[in-house]
Design a protein around this ligand. Structure first.
Ligand SMILES: NC(=O)C1=CN([C@@H]2O[C@H](COP(=O)(O)OP(=O)(O)OC[C@H]3O[C@@H](n4cnc5c(N)ncnc54)[C@H](OP(=O)(O)O)[C@@H]3O)[C@@H](O)[C@H]2O)C=CC1
Ligand SMILES: O=CCCC(=O)O
Length: 290
């Protein structure tokens, strides 16, 4: 199976390498061209623009930072739309349902096929082919894409009409962003009240709220180490988009709103490119209010 791959950031690079390792022929494109070099060393070809990749490949996957990047790669000059007639486009970026629907409508109007397929799971699951794929849109395309999804992920869900994958992803990340803030507050409270936060990690791990994220991020947060697996700026984008979904549906989300403020504060402190667990640093800023 020959696939195109647009966007070689933390996730896209790992996913494209995985496809190559499993025998897929992959043609890559990235806005910053130098990031294609490592993929070429792994056997990929390079396309000069999104349009040339789509022209060459029957299926093209995208993994881009946010709604504005996802729209630009499709609609701009030399973008996906130029050669989409008869071709398939699978956008795995985390965006909102409106963005996904705009892309879907434009692609279908030009005679192409569209599936949204955002993922749960971060850098390591991407490297290991252990993502959770949240697909929606063209069911026939979903079935054709399963050989690729089986390499990229441990489980794929088909969620119905375009937008449902985006919404599911935003709900999951809204929960995750709220949880990391509660966790960070707990670590800080333990430390400031004279407890050993390492012992708190052990206690949490034995109880009902034990989870993979606390296990993975707890030790590195205690070391103030935030090498990016999931960049904080993307987590804040997901909180913002999830809160907008809450607005549309009149769902009150005070916990998520507070978590979003913490991520915004972290971004204002210049931490946007670090891992999302760097939100922990916001609690270290002295509070002069008392
Ligand atoms: N990291 C993670 O753990 C996870 C991330 N996601 C989601 O996956 C997507 C990618 O995340 P991740 O790989 O971490 O992000 P990165 O920031 O590492 O990569 C972003 C990619 O988008 C490209 N890009 C950004 N703006 C534009 C633009 N205007 N035009 C074209 N290309 C653009 C970047 O190109 P360039 O190299 O030129 O900057 C890069 O290839 C995001 O939507 C994120 O929310 C989903 C699950 C987990
Ligand atoms: O969008 C990023 C999600 C990260 C994760 O699921 O661990």
């Amino acid at each position: 199976m020959e696939v195109g791959f647009l966007g070689l950031g933390i996730m896209g690079k790992a996913m494209a390498i995985n496809l190559l390792r499993h025998g897929f022929k992959v043609t890559v494109w990235n806005r910053t061209l130098s990031k294609c070099e490592e993929l070429v060393q792994n056997g990929a070809s390079v396309g000069e623009t999104p349009a040339t990749v789509v022209k060459k490949c029957k299926y093209t996957i995208a993994m881009l930072s946010d709604p504005s990047a996802a729209l630009s790669v499709v609609f701009d000059k030399n973008g996906v739309l130029e050669h989409i007639n008869g071709k398939a486009y699978i956008d795995m970026s985390t965006v909102d349902a409106d963005t996904s629907s705009k892309i879907s409508e434009a692609i279908k109007a030009k005679g192409g096929y569209f599936l949204e397929a955002p993922v749960s799971g971060s850098k390591k699951p991407a490297e290991d082919g252990q993502l959770i794929i949240l697909a929606a849109g063209d069911k026939a395309l979903y079935e054709e894409a399963l050989p690729a999804f089986d390499v990229l992920g441990k489980k794929s869900f088909f969620l119905g009409e375009v937008g449902n994958g985006a919404k599911m992803k935003l709900v999951v990340n809204m929960i995750m962003g709220s949880m990391i803030n509660a966790f960070s507050e707990g670590l800080t409270l333990a430390e400031r009240s004279g407890l050993n936060p390492g012992t708190l990690l052990d206690v949490l791990d034995l109880g009902a709220i034990s989870n993979g994220m606390f296990k993975l991020k707890g030790p590195t947060m205690l070391q103030n180490s935030y090498s990016p697996a999931f960049p904080l700026k993307h987590q804040q984008k997901d909180m913002r988009l999830a809160l907008a979904l809450g607005d549309e549906n009149a769902v009150s989300m005070p916990v998520a709103a507070a978590a979003n403020e913490a991520f915004k504060k972290a971004r204002s402190m210049g931490l946007g490119d670090l891992d999302f667990s760097a939100v922990h640093e916001t609690l270290k800023v002295p509070d002069h209010s008392s």
